[in-house]
Write a protein that binds this ligand. Structure first.
Ligand code: GLN
Length: 304
């Protein structure tokens, strides 16, 4: 597959496009990121890299981090995790509180905020230093030990993340949070504030295209069964109330974040990351989705 030509064509097609949508501003620090940033990086199972634009610049990965924390929680907790969080799409926005009342504090899935907060609680219970455990996981996946939290972004969300405060307190009232709410939120705001580039994200996500094993170090981080489940959840829940639209347009499992990043995997073929900060009204990168739609159309294959 001529990914070099296809990525060049995508860059060319969108070169004059003013991305629609708005850069996230409810986390004040994110509003400072220029709307014009645009980059893409594809890493295939032959170990080849293809990229364009701002693909090497780090940005706030936000909810993309939920895939990494879910991976760790599945490793430490096994199938017991599914007693505390469901596996169904919510059809609601990522920060919605409404279903928790009827569902007695069991979030619909691990990729909405409520579910990710339960997963964060599992990690706070399981590791003496959960932040260090998460960074070590990313360092091992990418071979790059400079990946770190952006502490300014974490502090920015910590000062204004009222909905997440409400959510974790509400979950605790149902008995689905074991730890002190401040500790869970501190971990959650930091996981969202990890800064990574498209290149680093594509490298880290290659395990989801390669049955749980890295390419460089040939190390098995997850079993094939765990990867099947993580990818299935990305497919059905990775874009919240726009998961159907992403499947329809792109046809790959993927995960977005309000920093404007999207990572998608084509199992047995590649992992790809794209970054464009302006978000559509569902909180997903507008240009990022359009670029990935072109990728699966021009290559002629998605998972469908
Ligand atoms: N930190 C963000 C929040 O909790 C993450 C949301 C997202 O990227 N969709 O609101």
């Amino acid at each position: 597959m001529e990914y070099d030509k296809i990525l060049a064509q995508i860059q060319q097609e969108f070169s004059d496009t003013q991305p629609s949508g708005k850069v996230a501003s409810y986390i004040p620090e994110l509003a400072k990121v220029p709307a014009s940033k645009f980059g893409m990086h594809l890493y295939d199972l032959n170990g080849e890299n293809y990229q364009f634009g701002d693909s090497a610049e780090r940005f706030s990965i936000q909810s993309i981090s939920k895939v990494f924390t879910l991976s760790l929680a599945m490793k430490v907790m096994g199938d017991d995790l599914w007693n505390r969080v469901g596996v169904e799409p919510s059809g609601d926005p990522f920060n919605s509180l409404s279903q928790l009342e009827n569902d007695s504090g069991i979030p619909r899935n691990p990729y909405i905020n409520a579910g990710a907060l339960v997963v964060a609680d599992v990690l706070v219970s399981s590791f003496t230093n959960p932040k260090a455990a998460l960074l070590t996981f990313l360092h091992e996946l990418t071979g790059d030990t400079s990946i770190d939290f952006d502490y300014t972004v974490a502090a920015s969300e910590q000062s204004e993340g009222y909905r997440n405060y409400a959510m974790v307190n509400y979950l605790k009232s149902f008995g689905n949070i074991e730890n002190n709410v401040e500790d869970v939120l501190d971990f959650y705001f930091h996981q969202c504030a990890i800064a990574m580039s498209c290149r680093e994200l594509a490298q880290a996500f290659i395990i989801f295209a390669n049955q749980g094993t890295t390419l460089d170090s040939d190390r098995e981080f997850l079993t094939g069964r765990q990867v099947k489940r993580i990818n299935a959840l990305m497919q059905t829940c990775g874009f919240y109330d726009e998961a159907g639209e992403f499947s329809f347009e792109v046809g790959l499992p993927g995960k977005s974040g309000v920093g404007g990043g999207i990572v998608a995997v084509n199992p047995y073929h590649y992992a790809v990351a794209v970054w464009s900060p302006p978000l559509n009204h569902k909180g997903n990168s507008a240009l990022g989705m359009a670029a990935l739609e072109r990728l699966t159309t021009l290559t002629g294959y998605s998972i469908f």
